[in-house]
Design a protein around this ligand. Sequence first.
Ligand SMILES: Cc1cc2nc3c(=O)[nH]c(=O)nc-3n(C[C@H](O)[C@H](O)[C@H](O)COP(=O)(O)OP(=O)(O)OC[C@H]3O[C@@H](n4cnc5c(N)ncnc54)[C@H](O)[C@@H]3O)c2cc1C
Length: 662
Amino acid sequence: MATKKQTAQVITPEMAKIPAGPLEKKWTNYKDHQKLVNPANKRRLDVIVVGTGLAGASAAASLAEMGFNVLNFCIQDSPRRAHSIAAQGGINAAKNYQNDGDSVYRLFYDTIKGGDYRAREANVYRLAEVSNSIIDQCVAQGVPFAREYGGLLDNRSFGGAQVSRTFYAKGQTGQQLLLGAYSALSRQIGKGKVKMYNRHEMLDVVVIRDENGESRARGIIARNLVTGRIERYFGHAVVVATGGYGNAFFLSTNAMASNGSAAMQMYRHGAYFANPCYAQIHPTCIPKHGDFQSKLTLMSESLRNDGRIWVPKKLEDAQRLQRGEIKGRDIPEEDRDYYLERRYPAFGNLVPRDVASRAAKERCDKGYGVNNTGLAVFLDFSDAIQRLGKDVVEAKYGNLFQMYEKIVDENPYEEPMMIFPAIHYTMGGIWVDYELQTSVKGLFCIGEANFSDHGANRLGASALMQGLADGYFVLPYTIQNYLSDQIGVPRMSTDLPEFAEAEKGITEKIEKLMAVQGNRSVDSIHKELGLVMWDFVGMGRTAESLKTAVEKIDAIKKEFWSNVYIPGEANSLNNELEKALRLADFIEIGRLMAVDALNREESCGGHFREEYQTPEGEAMRQDDKFSYVACWKYTGEDSEPELIKEPLDYEFTERKTRNYKS
Ligand SMILES: Cc1cc2nc3c(=O)[nH]c(=O)nc-3n(C[C@H](O)[C@H](O)[C@H](O)COP(=O)(O)OP(=O)(O)OC[C@H]3O[C@@H](n4cnc5c(N)ncnc54)[C@H](O)[C@@H]3O)c2cc1C
């Protein structure tokens, strides 16, 4: 592996456009002084929004409502089928309806701490600040949040918090929120302010130099997935909201179409890729059960409100469970090890995801796993059923229990569920400044696709909060600061050479892929990549494993480009071609994740380098060396990326070792 280049370049707070002033005044000050676009000029500006998940749909609807002309793209046959629809457990906000001591500051603090002090303070504070408006907005749209008997909105607890601040709609919160955003979007489609392009996949961003030599995003190239036609679209600005890249691991809880391709397209045009190694492994997923599986299923974190996690205390009990000789219920109470309650008395089963996942791995590595592979722990509701009654448990989590029973064929009201960690979310993503603008002018990135506000570990129920904060409340302001300078820029023709050049690049890539006609299916190569990612860039990483990963991924790349088989035609519906184009980018992302993880010689949040742990197996940060956002800059197909650092200064919080014990 060639050694990485390291530049002295550093991103200063001014470059990240972080407003000066006290933390709680930064966003207000920004809004008071930003430049605006007047209504008549808004009508003359076109904005491309790629993605219709919670981030994209809320942004497209809001920008159109404000008067901009929006072109909105998604892969699915309807915007409401975006991956966000899968979100189960809830959305955080600092309303303090429970009167349990919550506040904007506490949500900010929990998020900074949960992210292991690797997020930008100003962004996180703004997120906590707008969280309450999100709930008001969604209630006004008719989102049916759960309510208490008296009619007030109900809350539950998620990991990493000692208050109840999670708003929910049964186990279908994402679906209900997306239907809200989709209604707002549909209103604008009906009014002609949003032109919707379903079944269109962005394959490149078009960047054009202005008269001052400044590169600006001016459009996209998309493939019509039904006809296979390559099409060109112009926009005065481009907003990318294409979600996370967890499917680099092949098996993940993400939707099958979730991909990281748009992020890689931006990266190749100069947008920095920040902290790619920060991937979240969720502790409560249904364990893998076979080699022909293409997806893992999440059991929502909300279940940890009432479910207790345990494994047997005795190795011989675990072995009998693994051989199928006994069931979980056969093990008496005194022989159960509620290891999270034992290790983390203050937070118990509600420790953050990274902590819970590692603790499960530790028990399974020591032989205490409870299913036939030894890779599972119990999530048990018997206490809750006794305390609350089956009806109450069913009312809270009914659809999740039903889903579990359908997949595992075991009744979770009678037998404890079996769960195991799985890839779930990516905190890393495209670097954005305070305005959510990438390092390419006019190119914005929102939702899970950006490197966002979660540092090295996201707290449960904070992704929906961030996606909707970006789309409803942040971008609609900040994009105006950029567009106010663009009011004199006329709509550009898509016949310009830059559009033609970008289209040519795509056509050649597709022709190259179609010409291989090798022996391997796209999925078989993707599975191979996924195994490498899980084994060498997964829950526990070492310098050695990461170097091996880079070598193996390079070999997979060669195999892909010389031996993949794509049936059918390029100029018609072709699912295999779609998957191949995405896999080409997953291979590059996987490598970038390994390179970043190798560079970060510390453990923080979801990034656990085995060389850096306390004697008790807890993550050990190296603040003096790694308190920065690692921004990777593309330098060409065959050369190593450059590292640019954005130092993280903690002005308003004191960096501490995370403690969930007391
Ligand atoms: C099973 C599950 C449960 C979850 N539960 C919760 C929860 O309870 N609370 C919480 O806060 N978070 C939860 N999350 C995380 C949360 O769902 C996601 O982080 C969030 O929905 C991402 O939203 P998004 O708008 O950024 O992207 P997505 O919802 O992933 O949407 C991406 C959009 O981009 C489009 N797209 C992608 N690539 C292209 C392209 N190249 N061209 C055109 N369009 C493209 C897609 O069609 C889609 O419309 C959960 C995640 C999973 C997997």
